[in-house]
Structures are given as C-alpha cells and as structure tokens.
Design a protein around this ligand. Structure first.
Ligand code: 13P
Length: 259
C-alpha cells in the first residue's frame, strides 16, 4: 500500500486566535480535495486545546491532525511555563522534538531532546524529530548522521518506526535558501540507511509552493515540514495539493486497464 505523504505545518510563534481558526478551518474545509495526504498542524500551544475542540477534533478526521511544537519530558511537576506529554496527548497526536530554534533560543541539549523523544513515545505521541547541520559544508552528511545517532539513543527499532525524522538543515530555515531537492535526497538516502524502512523522513527549510513538488518527487522524502509558508492558507494548501498530486500521478502511472 502506498504511504500517504505527510505535510507538517509549524506555525512557530505566529497567528492570533482568529488567524488560527481561519487556517485550521480552511485546511479542514479543503480535506475533500486532499484525500491522499496526511496533514499535521502545529499551532502555538495556547491554541491547541481550542483547535482540538472546535476545528480539528482529535482522531475525528483521519488525515488532519494536530501537533505540539514542543513539550517537557517530565510527566508533571514544578516546571513553570512548560507543558507535559500527557497534556499534549489530550489534544494532539504529534509533537515536534529538538527543533533547531529550541536549541538556539531555548538552549535545548541533545540529551533533553532524547528524553523528550522517549517521553513522547511512552505517551503514544508521534514525535517529529528534527535533525540538521548548522552550516553547509563538505562534512554535512556525516554531521547529520552523527546528530541523529545521539538524538535516538536508547530507542528500539520498533520505537524508531514510530518516529518521523525531519531533515532540516539549519542554514535553510527561514532564510529563503532551501536545499536543492537533489541534496536533500542525498542526505535523506544516507539517513534512511540508519533507520527502519518504515520511518518517515521529511524535508524542511524554506519550503514554498513553487519548490515543494521537487522534494515530493524524491522516493527518499515522505513529506515536508513547512514553517513560514504554512501560516498562509493559500500557500499551505498549494503545497498539500502538490503532495496529493504526487500520489495520484504515481497511481495513474502504475495503473493498467484490465483486459
Ligand atoms: P521555514 O519554512 O520558514 O524555513 O521554517 C522551516 C522550519 O523550521 C519548520 O520547522
């Protein structure tokens, strides 16, 4: 069976509540055109419960899901301002772990990301684990593989299958300078040598509607993690439509009329 492409919207610290409803309802209302694509919206955590209640009830829509942008690894406790895995699980199915902006601005360590990964899996959440090299260099691929190795420490193969790995070269995030699909595919291929065949792998970094199809055409890339373009409904839906079209055209290409 063909796996559905996965398009994740990371709204980061953007949107008013009104924007959040417009975006989430807009995606929900377009679902009938996007039957072959799984979409995950990751709004700021203060909107999660409201969107889960009014726009994207958990599990009700099979292809539209909610995710958190971050969480704490501990089950509960005196961690002012944090949210726990169990809290996220009440309103969402996914959680982004180890985003480079958490590393850069929140000083998140690889050990903390690893603890969050374990906690997410223990609570039945699907982690979207971010890996990526800080700068373009000849050594990039080795750095990314090493980064992945540290992040997934202690995970069984069965657990790794549940993880979504997002290859996000840090130099491509929010810069308007995306990796080329060829480069992303090369890194994705190497990363996949270190992961179970079932683990989904996304590309993220300055994805815009005009370049989405190039990444989605790669057999190594199972979807996209979209930042800036995901808070523009038209752009986000165009990216999702490209993902849907790749499935439809792949099916048409292999279809043989029965004689
Ligand atoms: P941009 O698409 O804005 O570059 O952000 C990518 C990203 O960080 C998604 O998590």
């Amino acid at each position: 069976m063909t796996r559905l492409p996965l398009i994740v919207a990371n709204w980061k610290m953007n949107t008013s509540l009104a924007d959040a409803y417009l975006l989430a309802n807009g995606v929900r209302n377009a679902l009938h055109h996007l039957e072959h694509t799984e979409m995950v919206l990751c709004p700021p955590s203060v909107w999660l419960g409201l969107l889960a209640e009014h726009s994207v009830p958990p599990r009700q829509y099979s292809t539209l899901k909610l995710g958190a942008q971050n969480m704490h690894a501990a089950p509960a406790g005196s961690y002012t301002g944090e949210i726990s895995p169990a809290m996220v699980r009440e309103v969402a199915e996914y959680v982004i772990v180890g985003h480079s902006e958490r590393v850069r601005y929140g000083r998140e360590t690889v050990e903390q990301s690893n603890a969050k990964l374990h906690a997410a899996l223990a609570h039945g959440l699907t982690p979207i684990l971010c890996v990526g090299e800080p700068r373009k260099s000849k050594d990039s691929v080795r750095q990314v593989v090493q980064h992945l190795g540290h992040l997934v420490k202690g995970l069984s193969n069965a657990e790794l299958r549940e993880v979504v790995v997002a290859y996000e070269p840090v130099w491509a995030i929010g810069t308007g300078d995306p990796a080329t699909p060829e480069y992303a595919q090369e890194v994705a291929w190497v990363l996949k040598q270190h992961l179970p065949a079932e683990t989904r792998l996304l590309y993220g970094g300055s994805v815009e509607p005009g370049i989405a199809a190039g990444f989605l055409a790669s057999p190594q890339i199972d979807g996209l993690l979209v930042g800036g373009a995901s808070v523009n409904l038209k752009k986000f839906l165009t990216i999702c439509q490209h993902a849907d079209d790749t499935v439809v055209s792949a099916r048409t290409a292999t279809y043989r009329h029965p004689r």
